[in-house]
Design a protein around this ligand. Structure first.
Ligand code: FMN
Length: 279
């Protein structure tokens, strides 16, 4: 079996497709292999990340596609240890403070509003669509940052917990109206071993020509079983409320999680009081 097929097998736990590697250069295979084997890291050595590497990785992040070339996002690069510690506390995520690289990716409608102002035009796109475009631009830049960091040998992890206490985070980072955090991003030289996390079978996620989830239950069941066999989930969510399941697969965990309100629930109130009209 080629190494790419082995990567696919490890990612999904299902039969890999016919040998693909003959179609690819060794550089292309190596790039795809890195993507297939990616995983999040949350523990880092003390070794710093050089300025040259940071600058290069941020340039990679900014090389992501952006809707209509409007580039409606900003990246906060946190260097001040006191500020990093304060962020970690606001996010209830202690390990963030020790990450050599700590960024916050933000959707940014404000820059476009200012550009309109500079050119003497009224900004007319304070809409739900603008909000989504800014969020998508920020997410794509973050994904480019992830892939670039991993290509350089760093480990990294996104942090949605930056949205746990939005008003306080905005104050700490000086975020003006029109700017909202989508996620934090921590990176450094890995100091832990992590496994690849199994993903849903492509048959569940990829729909050919027409959306069709007729076989969802069977696909989820297969995923629950193969994922459990590879690496069972640890603690069950809230057994006092939901009981202790004899078999605790991904779907039980996901359903328990989704049946309770998220602790990141303050986004609408934050946006409505920070410059977004959703017109
Ligand atoms: C947008 C986003 C937000 C995330 N937020 C957190 C977080 O707040 N804390 C955390 O420990 N991991 C966070 N993660 C990491 C996910 O838990 C992780 O990607 C997922 O469990 C799959 O593991 P893998 O990345 O190793 O494949 C986040 C990932 C994404 C994409």
């Amino acid at each position: 079996m080629s190494s790419l097929n082995a990567d696919i097998q490890a990612r999904f736990g299902i039969e890999a497709p016919a040998d693909i590697e003959t179609e690819l250069s060794s550089e292309a295979s190596a790039s795809l292999s890195r993507i297939l084997g990616r995983r999040s890291f949350r523990r880092f050595t003390d070794e710093p990340v050089s300025e040259a590497l940071r600058t290069t990785l941020l340039a990679c992040a900014q090389s992501a596609s952006a809707k209509s070339d409007l580039q409606q996002y900003s990246i906060l690069d946190l260097r001040d240890p006191a500020k990093k510690a304060a962020m970690a506390e606001l996010c209830d995520t202690g390990w963030m403070a020790d990450a050599p690289v700590l960024l916050v990716f933000c959707g940014d409608m404000r820059r476009g509003q200012r550009v309109c102002d500079m050119r003497g035009y009224a900004h007319a796109q304070n809409t739900l669509d603008s909000f989504m475009n800014a969020a998508v631009d920020a997410a794509l830049a973050m994904q480019a940052m992830i892939l670039a960091s991993e290509a350089a040998g760093l480990g990294c992890c996104c942090i949605s917990q930056v949205r746990k206490r939005l008003p306080q985070v905005a104050e700490l980072l000086g975020l003006p109206h029109g700017v909202f955090p989508i996620a934090g991003f921590a990176a450094g030289w890995p100091n832990e071993t992590r496994d690849v996390t199994r993903r849903l079978p492509p048959s569940v996620v990829v729909h050919r020509d027409t959306y069709d989830d007729t076989d969802l239950a069977a696909g989820i069941d297969q995923y629950d079983q193969t994922r459990h066999a590879a690496r069972p989930l640890g603690n069950q969510i809230n057994p006092e409320k939901f009981g202790t399941a004899a078999f605790y697969g991904w779907s039980e965990n996901a359903a328990r999680r989704l049946s309770e309100p998220s602790d990141l629930g303050g986004l609408r109130a934050y946006l409505e009081t920070h410059g977004f009209d959703f017109a």
